[in-house]
Write a protein that binds this ligand. Structure first.
Ligand code: ZN
Length: 255
């Protein structure tokens, strides 16, 4: 059995993969204490052969460089099992590639922050490790980003920035799937269109706790920023366990 963990900025999801079947295990709010406790618990209860972790962090050669959306700076799992740690958006794109049976795909996750994963010919493209961090593209303006920069895409459209703008009201808006489809959302669509033009991949999968709940007709705005020669299929993935699934698929390659 493989354990897949998605450590996000706000929530952590755990999933078990038995052969090709997925069994959601738990969802809890992210803190270092909670993550360690839950991992110990599942290890005690289930026979785990390998562990895959998708984490909201910038990684280079398996080491965390920066994790602006996490409540802790580093994470090291001490276990005697095959184990892999990968950027969460990369896990999302990898799972989307497997599940949609599409070997060339761009995956965008929108939750607390924004991530992008690129899968080319069935393999994750990482560059030197941090390829695809579109959440920190400079859009402009002076708004402070969680990463330490300013005017980044996440300052305009992300869980944390919408939360800052709407305060307590944001939680209700999210629960009802009412997102602000305003000029900031348009900026988000434009950033995706720019990324599409760099890679020209046939499918753009959009997920995450916010991304997976966005409306397709609103996301069609992306096409307004693309020359008509670019026609990627936009797929909304309504599955909060996609990152954990991708982490399972990656961990399986270790066995
Ligand atoms: Zn940033």
């Amino acid at each position: 059995m493989i354990l897949g963990i998605d450590i996000g900025g706000s929530f952590t999801d755990m999933l078990l993969m038995d052969e090709e079947k997925f069994l959601p295990y738990s969802t809890f709010s992210t803190s270092l204490e909670n993550v360690i406790k839950e991992i110990e618990e599942v290890m005690h209860e289930k026979e785990i052969d390998a562990v895959g972790i998708g984490i909201a962090a910038w990684l280079r050669k398996g080491k965390i460089l920066h994790a602006p959306n996490l409540p802790f700076k580093s994470f090291n799992l001490q276990i005697n099992l095959p184990y892999i740690m990968e950027n969460d958006a990369n896990c999302f794109a990898y799972a989307a590639s497997k599940i949609l049976n599409e070997s060339n795909i761009m995956g965008i996750t929108v939750g607390t922050g924004i991530g992008m994963g690129i899968v080319i010919e069935g393999k994750i493209y990482r560059g030197e490790g941090v390829a695809g961090e579109i959440g920190h593209n400079v859009i402009g303006g002076d708004a402070k980003c969680v990463c330490g920069g300013k005017g980044h895409l996440e300052c305009y459209f992300s869980g944390w920035s919408i939360g800052e703008r709407y305060g307590k009201e944001a939680k209700e808006l999210f629960a009802e799937g009412k997102f602000p489809y305003d000029e900031n959302f348009e900026i988000f669509c434009r950033a995706i269109a720019n990324a599409v033009m760099l890679f020209d991949l046939p499918v753009v999968a959009i997920g995450g706790r916010i991304g997976g709940r966005l409306k397709k007709e609103k996301l069609n705005k992306i096409y307004d920023f693309l020359p008509h020669h670019f026609e990627p299929e936009i797929r909304i993935i309504k599955d909060d366990f996609m990152v954990a699934k991708g982490a399972c698929f990656l961990a399986k390659t270790l066995l």
